[in-house]
Design a protein around this ligand. Structure first.
Ligand SMILES: *Cc1c(COP(=O)(O)O)cnc(C)c1O
Length: 407
């Protein structure tokens, strides 16, 4: 058990706030979306956090996710169900990316993806608020993280995924104790089933951004980045964007850090990366819209960002625009090429969604959108080991004569 969980620490949550109307909601009762049907954001008494926590105190703690406890919503330590949420490393990829490119490798988290950050928080809050049964639509990784944390604390889970979800994801979800159903549709079709069951009172709806706490878990990516870079933020961040939880969360984290006086007003340019076969945010960005329409016929090898419609669309678009960044799309061949180059040249096996960020970075470099001497962080959101790889078909007969020159 990591040391940050040994001591109870005070919590500073004041209330929840509707992300569109600013309306206030009680933080100590179970909440889904706001009355306006939009995500609720957790608000803290940041002046009190500032008075209680210094950067030096924080830095003296072990580096795991729970070092940020004062900026997180869980009140009772006993509700935290941890599988070891480590700080993920920043890995330079000088050859496939460039001299100033760092990959934040989220594949090292429990269940092999950054969904662990969001779900460890959401499950702790569900436990704290007395939830006993949860349902969720997923493209794979969120379901796996939910299953792991919920099973660990005895919460029942029912998970719905598109029928072509990678086999390993469906099986890991089942193996970790959820009841998992393959549905002949996309993730938002699965979401409709979850919503219907929730309306009938069968379970609590854990869809992306439909409960307030996954953002708080994902926010720790932004907190960590600042600490890892010596309380400076990079020039640009490339984030593979499905529901956008991480991008929205990091943007929130930067504001909170500034209010604590730990970083200045400078912000990285945020690049929301999507696949050209499913790019609703890119389309809305380019059209100057505030909301994104559903993307019909969504397809891409990067299953984690195959999200035709995002309930937090306006929050993603707002953060990208305020940051001076852009929403960018890349096609599947460029994604697969980036994965291969990074593995073969830098020895780092990305997931396809991570590959998408490298492909987008390369394109941005080519068009002059970013400069080679700017510091850039790419997110590799899951371990590359969960995804299909090209065949390695060669065999060797040890009884025959071996042609050593051909090896
Ligand atoms: C969920 C997921 C994403 C998208 O993350 P959001 O924060 O929901 O946009 C990207 N890649 C992988 C591997 C994922 O599992």
């Amino acid at each position: 058990m990591n040391l940050n969980l040994v001591t109870d620490r005070p919590t500073f949550v004041t209330h929840l706030e509707c992300s569109i109307s600013g309306g206030l909601y009680d933080a100590d009762t179970l909440q889904g979306l706001s009355r306006a049907g939009r995500p609720l954001l957790v608000r803290y008494d940041l002046d009190a956090v500032k008075a209680n926590l210094s950067r030096e105190t924080l830095e003296a703690r072990p580096s795991d996710l729970w070092r940020w406890r004062e900026l997180l919503p869980v009140r009772g330590t006993e509700n935290i169900v941890s599988l070891g949420e480590i700080e993920t490393p920043l890995i330079p990829i000088a050859r496939s990316g460039g001299a100033n490119v760092l990959v934040k490798d989220e594949g090292r988290l429990p269940t092999g993806s950054f969904k662990a950050r969001g779900l460890v928080m959401a499950v702790a809050m569900a436990k704290e608020l007395g939830v006993t049964r949860i349902a969720m639509p997923t493209n794979g990784n969120a379901g796996a993280a939910l299953a792991a944390y919920a099973s660990r604390c005895g919460i029942e889970t029912i998970v719905f995924c598109p029928e072509d979800t990678p086999e390993v994801n469906v099986r890991e979800i089942a193996m970790q104790g959820a009841r998992v159903w393959r549905v002949n549709g996309l993730i938002d079709d699965c979401g409709a089933i979850v919503a219907k069951g929730a309306a009938e009172g069968r379970w609590f709806d854990f869809s992306t951004l439909k409960e307030p706490y996954r953002i708080e878990g994902k926010k720790t990516m932004g907190l960590e980045l600042a600490a890892q870079l010596g309380w400076r933020l990079p020039d640009a961040i490339f984030y593979p964007t499905g529901g956008g939880t991480g991008l929205i969360g990091m943007w929130k984290a930067f504001d909170e850090l500034e209010k604590l006086g730990w970083v200045g007003p400078e912000r990285p340019r945020m690049y929301a990366v999507q696949a050209s076969g499913c790019a609703p945010i890119v389309r809305a960005f380019e059209a100057g819209e505030e909301h994104a329409e559903r993307w019909e016929g969504a397809h891409t090898v990067a299953a984690g960002i195959r999200v035709p419609r995002a309930v937090g669309d306006f929050l993603i678009l707002r953060a990208v625009r305020e940051s001076g960044g852009k929403a960018l799309s890349v096609d599947d061949p460029a994604i697969l090429q980036a994965v291969e180059d990074c593995a073969k040249q830098d020895g780092l096996l990305l997931c396809p969604e991570g590959g998408a960020t490298l492909a987008a970075y390369r394109e941005a470099l080519r068009t002059g959108e970013v400069d080679g001497d700017e510091q850039v962080v790419l997110f590799n959101c899951a371990t590359g080991l969960k995804y299909p790889m090209p065949e390695a078909p060669h065999t060797l007969d040890r009884h025959a004569t071996i042609d050593f020159d051909a090896l």
